[in-house]
Design a protein around this ligand. Structure first.
Ligand SMILES: Cc1ncc(COP(=O)(O)O)c(C=O)c1O
Length: 397
């Protein structure tokens, strides 16, 4: 029988140390709950970094995967696939009408890589603008438009040279850069995720849409974290009534099977010629079947649930933390939630793990949460109480 310590020691020994590990062994899961090998139960408000959006071991998704696996699990993009065709019909149905062609890959970063190429080839321009505090992934192209120095510094010199960062929310400096007429694309997350759940200020999204259009620059919305209903709308950019030229989708889109989607206007997507972008397993039938099952569930009243449960979660977290000496703000939209602390998050996060709540974090003092959309009121109540208790424990140290 294997035990938690064996798993931890083995990973620490053989797995490249690129992840900031937390002392949790996820052996099995159901809905919002995860159990380790000793039977310890956790509430999972991390959801595999926002992937398990319909809860772990969701029977609809599991059955779709099993069924597809028995039919055919893999077929290359050069071969036609019924599962892929069905997925494409589904993703088109839930996407803005004008975004009518997709490229399928295996991760968020890959969907960004494709978007960079499409923007450059469509416009014939080489400059890209991205946002301060943006996160788009860690492959070299995606890293080039990711802002954090922590991730970039070892690779400066081999990143894309023509990238400029502007302050998220500052439309004046964006406009002055766009006026040069040589910017291929503006990349942005409608709500910054890794950057700390940052919302755009009033009028900003509309201004970005207008100025990019006026200057022949493509607007690429990275919906990898904020999309697929996370904020209560299918795509977060819908909250501002705008439509991007290209959108990137990842995380939960493959129902837990790795998948990335770059979706855009046909005229832009067609700029890539045969062979200019591909991936052996991109758009594989397994991910497509799981993705179709996921979309079906999202369309069955799930977005409404995210809105109501999100409001409830923010209310409960605010009630438990308001006026607390260690908390400066709780905020969120749908089930994309954050608490800014006046202290470093590490001891609080570790205390929460002890109690049985897994969360995410941002920067040095933000606790971030992306619970599954299937989370219950009871689970939210428990998590909110854990947060208060963990904060109190810190206060008394
Ligand atoms: C907004 C955003 N873009 C891109 C990515 C990169 O996705 P992946 O880790 O699947 O490459 C992430 C991952 O957290 C993300 O949140």
């Amino acid at each position: 029988m294997i035990i938690n310590s064996f798993v931890e020691e083995t990973e620490n020994r053989f797995l490249a140390g690129t992840y900031q590990k937390i002392p949790v062994v996820a052996a099995r899961a159901d809905g919002t709950k995860i159990w380790d090998l000793s039977g310890k139960e956790y509430l999972d408000f991390m959801s595999g970094y926002g992937v398990a959006i319909l809860g772990h071991s969701n029977p609809v998704i599991s059955n779709a995967i099993k069924k597809q696996l028995d039919l055919i699990g893999i077929s290359h993009g050069s071969v036609y696939s019924p599962a892929r065709a069905e997925f494409l019909r589904n993703i088109m149905r839930i996407s803005p009408k004008s975004l009518n062609m997709a490229y399928l890959s295996n991760s968020g970063a890959e969907s960004i890589e494709a978007a960079i190429k499409i923007a450059v080839k469509t416009t014939g321009r080489k400059k890209i603008i991205a946002m301060e505090k943006a996160y788009h992934g860690k492959t070299l192209g995606a890293l080039s438009i990711t802002h954090s120095n922590k991730y970039r510094k070892a690779f400066e010199g081999i990143l894309l040279p023509n990238v400029q960062f502007v302050k998220f929310g500052d439309s004046a400096s964006l406009l002055s850069l766009l006026k040069s007429g040589d910017v291929a694309a503006v990349f942005m997350e409608p709500i910054q995720g890794e950057g700390g759940i940052n919302f755009p200020p009033y009028g900003y999204m509309e201004a970005v849409r207008e100025t990019t259009r006026e200057n022949g620059t493509l607007l690429v919305m990275d919906e990898i974290q904020s999309g697929l209903g996370r904020t209560g709308k299918m795509w977060a950019h819908e909250h501002w009534g705008i439509v991007p030229d290209i959108m990137t989708v990842g995380k939960g889109i493959g129902g837990g099977i790795p998948m990335g989607v770059t979706i855009g206007k046909k005229e832009f997507m067609e700029s890539l010629d045969v062979g200019e972008q591909s991936s052996t397993t991109g758009g594989n039938p397994l991910a497509c079947a799981a993705g179709s099952a996921l979309i079906g569930e999202l369309e069955s009243g799930m977005l409404h649930r995210v809105t109501t449960m999100g409001r409830f979660a923010l209310k409960r977290i605010s009630e438990e933390t308001e006026g607390h000496r260690l908390v400066s703000q709780a905020r969120g939209m749908g089930l994309m939630l954050a608490i800014d602390l006046r202290v470093r998050f590490v001891p609080v996060l570790m205390e929460l793990l002890q109690m049985g709540l897994i969360t995410l974090y941002s920067g040095i003092n933000t606790i971030r949460m992306l619970p599954p959309y299937t989370v219950t009121e009871e689970e939210v109540n428990k998590a909110a109480e854990f947060i208060r208790l963990a904060l109190n424990k810190q206060l008394n140290k």
